[in-house]
Ligand binder design. Structure first.
Ligand SMILES: Nc1nc2c(c(=O)[nH]1)N(C=O)[C@@H](CNc1ccc(C(=O)N[C@@H](CCC(=O)O)C(=O)O)cc1)CN2
Ligand SMILES: Nc1ncnc2c1ncn2[C@@H]1O[C@H](COP(=O)(O)OP(=O)(O)OP(=O)(O)O)[C@@H](O)[C@H]1O
Length: 222
């Protein structure tokens, strides 16, 4: 199956910050009208996306992920399945002024909005930003990603600041709706970490040249 990628406005004449803001506006509007999650349960799109994420992180014991909200691609079915398989999952916990901390996922029913306007968070010990070093892969939200691995986030710089703390060679896996995988090029700045893996309900793939893609394939003895 293949969904038409969104054609984004040409922002090449704008300063990078302005270009990002304009694209975020267009992408958020599109998301709000085209990507609804069922009120109860999950649909085929959630299931296909979950299957692809699980394939990308196969064999890993600890990953960092996030709890999807609103019109974001669904990660809640994934969390349910990771709970069942006993995979350890770090989830973002926002401190004062949206500072970057983590908490270990316990179970789906433990997740709760701990402050208004913030994504649901786990209860339990709050770990420092550097806890991302425990993760073997980091699953990140994005508004769009291009086929060269440039990622446009929500604009808070949350991931830009925390991703440099991951261990060397740990893949960043961006999750987007099918039509948010765009031809690009998306605007990018020096602080924007390129992603190693792109995951949508339709497909998932490694970006050529990523340290992850170059890592030796696991053998039966590993
Ligand atoms: N599901 C999900 N979780 C995520 C992200 C995301 O994009 N999606 N993030 C991606 O970066 C980080 C959180 N980023 C955030 C950035 C701003 C606000 C925010 O402004 N919220 C309130 C104010 C809350 C407060 O100040 O206490 C608001 O909307 O008014 C929340 C989360 C980590 N977790
Ligand atoms: N390492 C950093 N240190 C300080 N400021 C940063 C850093 N990385 C990003 N920023 C700032 O954060 C703001 C948002 O950055 P940007 O537009 O790249 O967000 P984004 O990548 O879309 O968001 P996110 O990282 O939350 O997904 C910008 O003002 C940027 O200058």
């Amino acid at each position: 199956m293949s969904t038409q990628a969104r054609v984004l406005p040409d922002t090449s004449s704008l300063a990078v910050d302005d270009a990002k803001e304009q694209l975020r506006r267009v992408l958020r509007e599109h998301r709000a009208t085209h990507h609804r999650h069922p009120e109860h349960g999950h649909n085929d799109t959630c299931e296909r996306l979950t299957t692809h994420i699980l394939q990308a992180i196969a064999g890993m014991d600890t990953v960092a992920a996030y709890v999807s909200v609103g019109n974001e691609p669904c990660t809640r079915l994934l969390l349910q399945q990771l709970e069942d398989s006993g995979t350890r999952v770090l989830l973002p916990v926002l401190g004062p002024h949206l500072t970057r901390s983590w908490g270990y996922f316990r179970r789906v029913t433990d997740l709760a909005e701990r402050s208004p306007g913030r994504p649901p968070e786990p209860s339990g010990e709050v770990l420092p930003a550097a806890a991302i070093a425990d993760a073997e892969a980091v699953i990140v939200p994005a508004l769009a990603v291009d086929r060269s691995g440039r990622r446009l986030g929500q604009g808070g710089g949350w991931y830009d600041r925390v991703l440099p703390l991951r261990r060397a060679g740990v893949p960043v896996c961006a999750v987007v709706h099918d039509d948010e995988l765009v031809a690009g090029p998306l605007p990018a700045q020096a602080h924007d970490a390129p992603v190693d893996v792109v995951i949508t309900p339709d497909e998932w793939f490694l970006l050529e040249g990523s340290a992850f893609a170059c890592a030796p394939a696991p053998t039966d003895r590993d």
